[in-house]
Design a protein. Structure first.
Length: 406
C-alpha cells in the first residue's frame, strides 16, 4: 500500500491553488520538489518537460543529476536549481551502489515536500530522503527495468532488478510510466495500482518552424528523400540493420543524429561499403533545438529490435518528436509503437530482422510522395491527442499529493 502523507505540524500551510491555477508553496520548506535522474536532465527531453511543468505550476524544484558542471552547462529551466554530482566509474552492482550513495547523500541534504525519482536507479536513494524529511515519494518508471536488453539471458540480474523495484514501488505515493504496456506489467508484477501514463510527447503547443539544417549540414540535395534516425546509436536499436538496408537503396539518404557506442563502428562500415554519400552522421543537438532540426527530414525512424519486453512495450521520445515535427514514421513492429503508427496512420511498420523487407519499405516510402504527405497531415490530430498525457497527469498528481494533510 502507498505510504500515507504525515500530518502537518502546527501552523503549517499546505498547497492551494491560486486564482491563476498555479500552486502556492508550503512556506515551511525552501524546496518543494527534489528531482533526481542519472541521465543529464539538461539533455533529456522527458526530464526537461517534467521540470518545466512542475516549475510552471509555482513549485520550487531542485534537480540532482550527473553531467558536466553547472557552470559549463547551466540549467535550461531558469527557475530550477541544479545540483550536478560527479558520475562514478565502473559498472554492474558496484556502480549502482556508488550511484545510490551519491544520490542519497545529495537528496538527504535537501528538506523537500516531495522527492521525484526519475528512474529506478535513483528510487532507493530518494526513498531514503523522503523518509528522513517526511516527504512524498514519486517514481517515474521510464523503462521496464527488469526486462532491458542487459537483463536478457541473465535470470539473476532480471530477478534482482524486479525485486528492487517491487520493494520500492510499493512505497511510492505516485507512480508514472511511459506506455500502457509497461503500466499494465508493473501493476500485475508488483501488485500495485496501475501507474499513471505520462507519454513522451511534447507538451508545448508552439509551432515547429523547420529549417534546412540537415541538408545544409550534410550537403544532401532537396530532391533526396531524407530518412532521419535521432538518438543514441547502440545495440538493439536497429542501427546495424538500417545501415545494411540503406546500402541497398540508392534513391534515399539516411542521417544518424546523435552519439552512442556504435557510432564509430557504423561509420567504419559506411566507409568500407562506399556509401558515405547517402549515409551520414551528425552530432546531437540540444533538446530545445531538436524539433526544428527534426522537421527538416522527410521521414523519421524508430527501429527498436525485439530483444526484450521493454522494447515491445516502449513508446520512445523520438516517436513523439517525429509526430511533433510533422514527419511520417518508419517504425519497427514493436507492440506499442506499431499500435500508435497503425491506428493513427502515421507511416509504415516493418520487422527490423528482415533486411530485405526493411530495404523494400524504405524504397517504397521514398517513391510515394503522396503517401508521405498523407501521413504527415495525420500527425497534427495525433499530436493533439498525445499532448493531453504529456504533463497534465503529473501536475494533477502533485496538486493532490501536496495538498493532502494525511
Amino acid at each position: 500500500m502507498p505510504r500515507t502523507w504525515p500530518a502537518p505540524s502546527a501552523g503549517a500551510s499546505w498547497t492551494k491553488k491560486k486564482s491563476d491555477g498555479r500552486m502556492m508553496n508550503d512556506e515551511r520548506r525552501a524546496t518543494d520538489v527534489v528531482f533526481a535522474s542519472v541521465g543529464d536532465v539538461r539533455r533529456n527531453s522527458r526530464s526537461l518537460r517534467h521540470l518545466r511543468a512542475l516549475s510552471g505550476r509555482g513549485l520550487r524544484v531542485e534537480a540532482i543529476t550527473f553531467g558536466p558542471p553547472a557552470a559549463d552547462a547551466p540549467s535550461p529551466v531558469p527557475d530550477v536549481r541544479l545540483r550536478v554530482i560527479e558520475r562514478p566509474g565502473g559498472g554492474g552492482p558496484r556502480f549502482f551502489w556508488k550511484v545510490h550513495r551519491r544520490f542519497r547523500r545529495a537528496a538527504r541534504r535537501v528538506e523537500a515536500r516531495a522527492y521525484h525519482a526519475s528512474g529506478l536507479y535513483v528510487l532507493p536513494a530518494l526513498h531514503g530522503a523522503a523518509q528522513k524529511h517526511s516527504g512524498r515519494l514519486v517514481y517515474d518508471a521510464r523503462e521496464l527495468y527488469a526486462h532491458l536488453p542487459a537483463t536478457a539471458g541473465r535470470p539473476w540480474v532480471h530477478f534482482g532488478w524486479k525485486m528492487l523495484e517491487r520493494y520500492f514501488i510499493r512505497r511510492a505515493d505516485a507512480v508514472f510510466t511511459v506506455s500502457p504496456g509497461i503500466a499494465d506489467w508493473l501493476a500485475r508484477a508488483h501488485d500495485v495500482e496501475r501507474p499513471r501514463l505520462l507519454l513522451n510527447a511534447p507538451a508545448s503547443q508552439e509551432t515547429v518552424c523547420p529549417d534546412d539544417a540537415l541538408r545544409r549540414w550534410t550537403g544532401l540535395s532537396d530532391d533526396t528523400v531524407l530518412f532521419l534516425h535521432q538518438g543514441n546509436m547502440q545495440r538493439d536499436r536497429g542501427c546495424v540493420a538500417l545501415v545494411e538496408a540503406f546500402c541497398r537503396v540508392e534513391d534515399a539518404a539516411l542521417v544518424f543524429l546523435g552519439g552512442g557506442p556504435l557510432k564509430p563502428d557504423l561509420a567504419q562500415v559506411v566507409e568500407e561499403r562506399g556509401v558515405g554519400d547517402r549515409i551520414r552522421f551528425l552530432d546531437p543537438v540540444p533538446p530545445d533545438e531538436l524539433l526544428s532540426v527534426t522537421a527538416s527530414a522527410d521521414v523519421g525512424i524508430t527501429m527498436l529490435e525485439d530483444t526484450c519486453l521493454n522494447h515491445r512495450f516502449a513508446l520512445p521520445n523520438k516517436l513523439f518528436q517525429y509526430v511533433a515535427a510533422g514527419l511520417p514514421i518508419l517504425a519497427s513492429n514493436m507492440r506499442e509503437i506499431e499500435r500508435v503508427v497503425r491506428r493513427r496512420e502515421l507511416g509504415c511498420v516493418v520487422d527490423p530482422a528482415d533486411i530485405d523487407a526493411l530495404a523494400a519499405t524504405v524504397r517504397w516510402m521514398a517513391e510515394q510522395p503522396e503517401a508521405r504527405r498523407r501521413w504527415a497531415r495525420n500527425t497534427a490530430e495525433a499530436l493533439e491527442a498525445f499532448r493531453g498525457q504529456a504533463t497534465r497527469p503529473l501536475t494533477e498528481a502533485y496538486e493532490t499529493l501536496l495538498s493532502k494533510r494525511s
